[in-house]
Design a protein around this ligand. Structure first.
Ligand SMILES: Cc1cc2nc3c(=O)[nH]c(=O)nc-3n(C[C@H](O)[C@H](O)[C@H](O)COP(=O)(O)OP(=O)(O)OC[C@H]3O[C@@H](n4cnc5c(N)ncnc54)[C@H](O)[C@@H]3O)c2cc1C
Ligand code: FES
Length: 378
């Protein structure tokens, strides 16, 4: 077994014995909650397509992952001596909280996705922080749903579908997934299997081309308004959840706009790394306030640096040599959530922090610019 970051070897504990003894399954107490860090043990790795793999984990202390379908965890593998954080949606269902899965597409040149595909083996351990994200159906009273996904954007919608299936739900779900070719479709067989057993689930796959598949029965092309209207004529009555590359989501939004869809019933999440991994660049001339220099003190290390109000606290702290966990740099993932002990910032987030966390003094450093001197809990 490989352990990363010198993690302590796992000792058989009471929890471990309970986990392996079917007599006591379901009697666990500990939970892995939002914002907490845990050591995860990889239990299984299996291929989904030629460039997508599923990784199954459990908590090393046998905690149950407490999450809502559609949420993600942030993995922090140590690669070449550096901890690197990346978000991955939990593709399994919250109805199965002890062994949970992420499903990862290999990104050409990408650090973490390739490391996971090439290096992570069953028995390996890595650190991760607890579930986050607001792309979840919890609390929405709809009966009719439309899930629209492309590529690896299928993962949150798969978690929602698996949950509905496991709960024997009577929801009416249409799941339209777009892929390049039939061999690129993730979860094809499982979705077909669930559709055969769940009256309210209808699955439609749309491929840009049939590739090498000779007997492809589903639509060919890209999702557009005529195709959606033909296959899901009542789409205007549905709660829409969509996830995929930026271009796909722009196309979905534009077709729904053309159809005069009510966007109060529209929810989206982007994984788009080209957009998400870019540090925000501020081009405009700074106002007088922004041009002033602010002093930032890191309370734990005692480090101090100065920055202007045009930079994000994250980028300035990194330039000053501070180690700050971060992933999306766009206020989505919550990885850079840190307590602001003194001072004020202008924070422009994209759902990565909840109001109750803001009320407690937490801020996302990647999308916060100072408006005074700051003391932060780092
Ligand atoms: C909320 C959320 C949920 C997500 N869920 C999932 C999920 O369920 N499944 C999934 O597969 N992904 C998911 N992602 C995306 C995931 O977090 C990563 O962004 C993705 O795996 C790529 O990370 P990486 O480290 O492999 O790529 P990075 O190293 O971050 O590379 C990003 C880009 O830079 C390019 N690049 C990297 N190195 C170089 C170089 N030296 N020269 C030139 N270009 C380079 C890469 O080609 C790539 O285009 C999610 C993202 C978010 C924000
Ligand atoms: S790094 Fe993702 S919210 Fe800041």
């Amino acid at each position: 077994m490989t352990t990363y970051e010198n993690l302590a070897p796992l000792e058989p504990t009471d929890a471990a014995r309970r986990f392996t003894d079917p007599q006591t399954w379901g009697t666990f107490g500990a939970q892995w909650n939002s914002g907490e860090q845990k050591t995860l043990v990889c239990c299984a790795v299996y291929p989904e397509t030629h460039d997508v793999k599923t990784f199954v984990f459990r908590c090393a202390d046998f905690s149950a992952l407490s999450f809502e379908a559609g949420q993600f965890i942030t993995l922090s593998p140590v690669i070449a001596g550096q901890p690197i954080a990346r978000c991955y949606t939990v593709s399994s269902s919250p109805t199965r909280p002890f062994a949970f899965a992420i499903t990862v597409k290999r990104v050409p040149g990408g650090l973490v996705s390739n490391w996971l595909h090439d290096r992570l083996q069953p028995g390996d351990c890595l650190r991760a922080s607890g579930p986050a994200g607001s792309f979840t159906p919890v609390g929405i009273p709809a009966k009719k749903w439309l899930y629209l996904s492309a590529g690896s954007g299928v993962t949150p919608l798969m978690s929602m579908t698996r949950t509905a299936f496991d709960m024997a739900s009577d929801l009416d779900i249409v799941f339209v997934h777009s892929a390049r070719t039939p061999t690129d479709i993730i979860f094809h067989d499982e979705l077909q299997g669930m559709q055969a057993r769940m009256a309210g689930l209808r699955v439609l796959h749309v491929c840009e081309s049939p590739g090498t598949t000779v007997d492809w029965q589903h639509p060919i092309g890209r999702l557009d308004l005529p195709l959606l209207s033909q296959h899901v004529p009542d789409f205007r009555e549905r709660e829409v959840f969509t996830c995929g590359p930026q271009g796909y989501m722009e196309a979905v939004k534009s077709l729904l706009k053309d159809a005069r869809f009510d966007f109060a019933h529209y929810h989206q999440e982007s994984f788009d790394i080209t957009v998400l991994n870019a540090e925000p660049v501020i081009e405009q001339a700074p106002s007088l306030d922004q041009a002033s220099l602010f002093t930032v003190t890191l309370s734990r290390s005692g480090k101090t640096f100065t920055m202007t109000g045009t930079q994000t606290v994250l980028s300035a702290a990194k330039k000053a040599g501070a180690i700050v966990p971060s992933s999306c740099s766009q206020g989505v993932c919550g990885t850079c959530k840190t307590a602001l002990l003194e001072g004020t910032v202008d924070m422009n987030h994209n759902g990565g922090i909840r109001q109750r966390e803001i009320d407690k003094g937490l801020r996302l450093l990647c999308c916060s610019k100072p408006t005074s001197d700051l003391v932060i809990d780092l």
